[in-house]
Design a protein around this ligand. Structure first.
Ligand SMILES: C[S@@+](CC[C@H](N)C(=O)[O-])C[C@H]1O[C@@H](n2cnc3c(N)ncnc32)[C@H](O)[C@@H]1O
Length: 267
Protein backbone atom coordinates (compact mmCIF):
# COMPACT_ATOMS: atom_id res chain seq x y z
CA UNK A 1 0.00 0.00 0.00
CA UNK A 2 1.26 3.52 -0.68
CA UNK A 3 -0.40 6.82 0.02
CA UNK A 4 1.02 9.58 -2.16
CA UNK A 5 1.25 12.97 -0.48
CA UNK A 6 0.78 11.60 3.03
CA UNK A 7 3.50 12.23 5.59
CA UNK A 8 4.97 8.88 6.59
CA UNK A 9 4.75 9.90 10.25
CA UNK A 10 0.98 9.93 10.03
CA UNK A 11 0.77 6.28 9.14
CA UNK A 12 0.49 3.50 11.64
CA UNK A 13 0.16 0.31 9.66
CA UNK A 14 -1.11 -2.19 12.12
CA UNK A 15 -1.82 -5.37 10.22
CA UNK A 16 -3.18 -8.54 11.69
CA UNK A 17 -5.38 -7.11 14.46
CA UNK A 18 -8.74 -8.59 15.24
CA UNK A 19 -10.65 -6.54 12.72
CA UNK A 20 -13.27 -9.10 11.86
CA UNK A 21 -16.52 -9.16 13.77
CA UNK A 22 -16.90 -12.69 15.04
CA UNK A 23 -19.36 -14.73 13.00
CA UNK A 24 -20.56 -11.66 11.11
CA UNK A 25 -22.33 -10.38 14.26
CA UNK A 26 -22.97 -6.66 14.66
CA UNK A 27 -20.85 -4.89 17.30
CA UNK A 28 -23.89 -3.14 18.70
CA UNK A 29 -27.55 -3.16 17.73
CA UNK A 30 -28.83 0.17 16.45
CA UNK A 31 -32.15 -0.39 18.18
CA UNK A 32 -34.52 2.25 19.46
CA UNK A 33 -32.42 3.02 22.56
CA UNK A 34 -29.10 3.46 20.71
CA UNK A 35 -30.77 5.41 17.93
CA UNK A 36 -32.39 7.80 20.42
CA UNK A 37 -29.07 8.35 22.22
CA UNK A 38 -27.26 8.84 18.90
CA UNK A 39 -29.83 11.34 17.66
CA UNK A 40 -29.72 13.23 20.97
CA UNK A 41 -25.95 13.55 21.37
CA UNK A 42 -24.00 12.71 18.20
CA UNK A 43 -25.52 15.30 15.87
CA UNK A 44 -22.67 17.71 15.25
CA UNK A 45 -23.37 21.37 14.73
CA UNK A 46 -22.29 22.08 11.16
CA UNK A 47 -20.38 25.21 12.24
CA UNK A 48 -17.96 22.85 14.01
CA UNK A 49 -17.30 21.02 10.75
CA UNK A 50 -15.47 23.69 8.74
CA UNK A 51 -12.37 21.50 8.32
CA UNK A 52 -14.48 18.48 7.28
CA UNK A 53 -16.31 20.59 4.72
CA UNK A 54 -12.98 21.60 3.16
CA UNK A 55 -11.46 18.10 3.41
CA UNK A 56 -14.44 16.40 1.77
CA UNK A 57 -14.43 18.98 -1.03
CA UNK A 58 -10.80 18.09 -1.77
CA UNK A 59 -11.77 14.49 -2.62
CA UNK A 60 -15.46 14.15 -3.46
CA UNK A 61 -16.77 15.43 -6.79
CA UNK A 62 -18.84 18.42 -5.70
CA UNK A 63 -20.27 19.47 -9.05
CA UNK A 64 -24.00 20.10 -8.56
CA UNK A 65 -26.04 17.01 -9.30
CA UNK A 66 -23.21 14.52 -8.73
CA UNK A 67 -24.68 11.41 -7.08
CA UNK A 68 -23.06 10.29 -3.86
CA UNK A 69 -23.80 7.46 -1.43
CA UNK A 70 -23.85 8.04 2.35
CA UNK A 71 -23.41 4.44 3.52
CA UNK A 72 -24.47 3.52 7.04
CA UNK A 73 -25.92 7.03 7.11
CA UNK A 74 -27.47 6.74 10.57
CA UNK A 75 -29.68 9.76 11.02
CA UNK A 76 -28.37 11.25 7.73
CA UNK A 77 -26.60 14.27 9.25
CA UNK A 78 -23.84 14.04 6.66
CA UNK A 79 -26.19 13.41 3.73
CA UNK A 80 -28.10 16.56 4.64
CA UNK A 81 -24.86 18.54 5.11
CA UNK A 82 -23.45 17.43 1.72
CA UNK A 83 -26.67 18.45 0.02
CA UNK A 84 -26.61 21.86 1.76
CA UNK A 85 -22.85 22.47 1.34
CA UNK A 86 -22.31 21.28 -2.23
CA UNK A 87 -25.75 20.71 -3.81
CA UNK A 88 -25.01 17.00 -4.18
CA UNK A 89 -27.66 14.38 -4.88
CA UNK A 90 -27.04 12.14 -1.85
CA UNK A 91 -28.64 8.73 -1.44
CA UNK A 92 -28.48 7.53 2.17
CA UNK A 93 -28.43 3.77 2.84
CA UNK A 94 -29.03 2.63 6.42
CA UNK A 95 -30.06 -0.83 7.72
CA UNK A 96 -31.51 0.27 11.08
CA UNK A 97 -35.19 1.23 10.97
CA UNK A 98 -34.74 3.05 14.30
CA UNK A 99 -31.98 5.27 12.83
CA UNK A 100 -33.95 5.87 9.62
CA UNK A 101 -37.01 6.88 11.65
CA UNK A 102 -34.98 9.67 13.26
CA UNK A 103 -33.42 10.94 10.05
CA UNK A 104 -35.83 13.47 8.57
CA UNK A 105 -34.08 13.00 5.21
CA UNK A 106 -36.24 11.70 2.41
CA UNK A 107 -33.64 10.18 0.04
CA UNK A 108 -33.02 7.32 2.44
CA UNK A 109 -33.35 3.59 1.85
CA UNK A 110 -32.94 0.50 3.97
CA UNK A 111 -30.01 -1.68 2.96
CA UNK A 112 -26.81 -3.39 3.97
CA UNK A 113 -23.31 -2.36 2.88
CA UNK A 114 -22.64 -5.85 1.53
CA UNK A 115 -25.76 -5.86 -0.69
CA UNK A 116 -26.47 -2.30 -1.82
CA UNK A 117 -29.92 -1.61 -3.27
CA UNK A 118 -28.32 0.48 -6.03
CA UNK A 119 -27.61 0.04 -9.74
CA UNK A 120 -24.16 -0.70 -11.14
CA UNK A 121 -21.97 2.31 -11.98
CA UNK A 122 -24.61 4.74 -10.66
CA UNK A 123 -22.50 6.71 -8.13
CA UNK A 124 -19.85 9.44 -8.30
CA UNK A 125 -18.56 8.84 -4.79
CA UNK A 126 -19.20 7.13 -1.44
CA UNK A 127 -18.99 8.40 2.15
CA UNK A 128 -18.70 6.10 5.17
CA UNK A 129 -18.64 7.95 8.49
CA UNK A 130 -17.86 5.99 11.67
CA UNK A 131 -19.27 2.85 10.11
CA UNK A 132 -16.30 0.81 8.86
CA UNK A 133 -15.90 -0.99 12.24
CA UNK A 134 -19.50 -2.17 12.02
CA UNK A 135 -19.01 -4.05 8.75
CA UNK A 136 -18.13 -7.73 9.29
CA UNK A 137 -17.14 -8.51 5.67
CA UNK A 138 -15.02 -5.65 4.33
CA UNK A 139 -14.03 -7.41 1.05
CA UNK A 140 -17.76 -7.91 0.27
CA UNK A 141 -18.44 -4.21 1.01
CA UNK A 142 -15.50 -3.13 -1.17
CA UNK A 143 -16.80 -5.34 -4.02
CA UNK A 144 -20.27 -3.75 -3.70
CA UNK A 145 -18.76 -0.26 -3.79
CA UNK A 146 -16.69 -1.26 -6.84
CA UNK A 147 -19.91 -2.45 -8.55
CA UNK A 148 -21.95 0.69 -7.77
CA UNK A 149 -19.28 3.40 -8.22
CA UNK A 150 -18.29 4.75 -11.61
CA UNK A 151 -14.66 4.15 -12.65
CA UNK A 152 -12.32 6.47 -10.73
CA UNK A 153 -14.98 7.56 -8.22
CA UNK A 154 -13.65 7.93 -4.64
CA UNK A 155 -14.56 6.22 -1.37
CA UNK A 156 -14.15 8.51 1.66
CA UNK A 157 -13.89 6.79 5.04
CA UNK A 158 -14.17 8.88 8.22
CA UNK A 159 -13.07 6.80 11.18
CA UNK A 160 -10.96 6.27 14.24
CA UNK A 161 -8.31 3.64 13.48
CA UNK A 162 -6.25 1.52 15.90
CA UNK A 163 -3.07 3.33 16.94
CA UNK A 164 -4.42 6.66 15.64
CA UNK A 165 -6.98 7.61 18.31
CA UNK A 166 -4.83 10.19 20.13
CA UNK A 167 -6.85 13.12 18.78
CA UNK A 168 -10.13 11.97 20.31
CA UNK A 169 -10.88 13.55 23.67
CA UNK A 170 -13.19 10.77 24.87
CA UNK A 171 -10.21 8.45 25.26
CA UNK A 172 -8.57 10.91 27.68
CA UNK A 173 -11.42 10.20 30.11
CA UNK A 174 -12.01 6.60 29.01
CA UNK A 175 -8.53 5.23 28.18
CA UNK A 176 -9.81 1.66 28.72
CA UNK A 177 -12.02 2.16 25.65
CA UNK A 178 -8.86 2.13 23.51
CA UNK A 179 -9.03 -1.66 23.90
CA UNK A 180 -12.23 -1.55 21.87
CA UNK A 181 -10.63 0.65 19.20
CA UNK A 182 -7.77 -1.85 18.98
CA UNK A 183 -10.31 -4.35 17.62
CA UNK A 184 -11.44 -1.99 14.82
CA UNK A 185 -10.02 -2.57 11.34
CA UNK A 186 -6.69 -0.82 10.91
CA UNK A 187 -5.79 1.46 8.00
CA UNK A 188 -3.76 -1.39 6.50
CA UNK A 189 -6.64 -3.88 6.84
CA UNK A 190 -9.15 -1.52 5.24
CA UNK A 191 -6.73 -0.75 2.41
CA UNK A 192 -6.09 -4.47 1.84
CA UNK A 193 -9.82 -5.23 1.64
CA UNK A 194 -10.39 -2.41 -0.84
CA UNK A 195 -7.29 -3.25 -2.86
CA UNK A 196 -8.76 -6.72 -3.38
CA UNK A 197 -11.70 -5.01 -5.15
CA UNK A 198 -9.46 -2.81 -7.30
CA UNK A 199 -9.25 0.38 -5.21
CA UNK A 200 -6.00 2.08 -4.22
CA UNK A 201 -5.47 4.41 -1.25
CA UNK A 202 -4.83 8.03 -2.22
CA UNK A 203 -4.94 10.00 1.04
CA UNK A 204 -5.00 9.71 4.80
CA UNK A 205 -5.65 12.99 6.59
CA UNK A 206 -6.39 13.77 10.26
CA UNK A 207 -9.28 16.27 10.27
CA UNK A 208 -10.36 18.28 13.35
CA UNK A 209 -13.92 19.13 14.38
CA UNK A 210 -15.53 21.03 17.23
CA UNK A 211 -17.56 18.25 18.86
CA UNK A 212 -19.04 20.36 21.66
CA UNK A 213 -18.90 24.08 22.52
CA UNK A 214 -17.65 23.32 26.04
CA UNK A 215 -16.44 20.43 28.15
CA UNK A 216 -19.33 21.07 30.53
CA UNK A 217 -21.85 20.61 27.68
CA UNK A 218 -20.09 17.41 26.61
CA UNK A 219 -20.02 15.98 30.15
CA UNK A 220 -23.66 16.91 30.84
CA UNK A 221 -24.80 15.43 27.53
CA UNK A 222 -22.76 12.21 27.56
CA UNK A 223 -24.91 9.19 26.70
CA UNK A 224 -23.13 5.84 26.93
CA UNK A 225 -25.33 4.17 24.35
CA UNK A 226 -24.35 6.72 21.71
CA UNK A 227 -20.71 5.54 21.61
CA UNK A 228 -19.73 2.00 20.59
CA UNK A 229 -16.41 2.00 22.58
CA UNK A 230 -18.26 3.05 25.77
CA UNK A 231 -21.03 0.49 25.30
CA UNK A 232 -18.42 -2.25 25.07
CA UNK A 233 -16.55 -1.16 28.25
CA UNK A 234 -17.25 -2.90 31.53
CA UNK A 235 -19.35 -0.90 34.01
CA UNK A 236 -16.50 -0.16 36.44
CA UNK A 237 -14.29 1.29 33.68
CA UNK A 238 -17.23 3.32 32.42
CA UNK A 239 -17.94 4.71 35.91
CA UNK A 240 -14.25 5.64 36.38
CA UNK A 241 -14.28 7.46 33.02
CA UNK A 242 -17.40 9.43 33.92
CA UNK A 243 -15.71 10.57 37.16
CA UNK A 244 -12.59 11.67 35.22
CA UNK A 245 -14.65 13.54 32.64
CA UNK A 246 -16.83 15.29 35.25
CA UNK A 247 -13.72 16.23 37.24
CA UNK A 248 -12.13 17.80 34.16
CA UNK A 249 -15.39 19.57 33.30
CA UNK A 250 -15.52 21.04 36.82
CA UNK A 251 -11.93 22.33 36.48
CA UNK A 252 -12.17 23.70 32.91
CA UNK A 253 -15.88 23.90 32.04
CA UNK A 254 -15.61 26.34 29.14
CA UNK A 255 -12.91 24.66 27.04
CA UNK A 256 -14.36 23.67 23.64
CA UNK A 257 -14.13 19.95 22.78
CA UNK A 258 -12.06 19.50 19.62
CA UNK A 259 -11.60 15.98 18.23
CA UNK A 260 -9.52 14.81 15.32
CA UNK A 261 -10.53 11.80 13.26
CA UNK A 262 -9.05 10.34 10.09
CA UNK A 263 -10.23 10.69 6.53
CA UNK A 264 -9.02 7.75 4.42
CA UNK A 265 -9.63 8.07 0.68
CA UNK A 266 -9.41 5.28 -1.90
CA UNK A 267 -10.09 5.32 -5.64
C1 LIG B 1 -21.91 5.26 14.50
S1 LIG B 1 -23.25 5.17 13.39
C2 LIG B 1 -22.75 6.38 12.17
C3 LIG B 1 -23.90 7.03 11.46
C4 LIG B 1 -23.52 8.11 10.44
N1 LIG B 1 -22.67 7.56 9.39
C5 LIG B 1 -22.83 9.27 11.11
O1 LIG B 1 -21.60 9.41 11.02
O2 LIG B 1 -23.54 10.09 11.74
C6 LIG B 1 -22.97 3.64 12.54
C7 LIG B 1 -24.07 3.31 11.55
O3 LIG B 1 -23.65 2.16 10.77
C8 LIG B 1 -24.80 1.41 10.48
N2 LIG B 1 -24.46 0.04 10.07
C9 LIG B 1 -24.18 -1.02 10.88
N3 LIG B 1 -24.01 -2.13 10.14
C10 LIG B 1 -24.16 -1.77 8.84
C11 LIG B 1 -24.13 -2.49 7.61
N4 LIG B 1 -23.87 -3.81 7.58
N5 LIG B 1 -24.35 -1.82 6.46
C12 LIG B 1 -24.60 -0.48 6.49
N6 LIG B 1 -24.65 0.25 7.63
C13 LIG B 1 -24.44 -0.38 8.79
C14 LIG B 1 -25.58 1.46 11.79
O4 LIG B 1 -26.93 1.07 11.63
C15 LIG B 1 -25.38 2.91 12.20
O5 LIG B 1 -26.40 3.75 11.73
Amino acid sequence: MSLPGVAVGLLTLTGGRGAALAGGMARIAYDDRSAAAFAATRHLATDGLTSWRAAVARHLPTTAGARVLDLGAGTATWAAAFRAWYGLDVVAVEPSAAMRARAGYEAMVGGDAAALPLAAASLDGAWLSTVIHHLPDLPAVAAELRRTLRAGAPVLIRSVFPGRAGGISLFRWFPEALRVVASYPSVAEVCAAFESAGFAPVALEPVPQVSAPSLRTAADGLRRSAHTPLLLLDDADYARGVRRMRGAAARTPDVPVVDTMDLLVLR
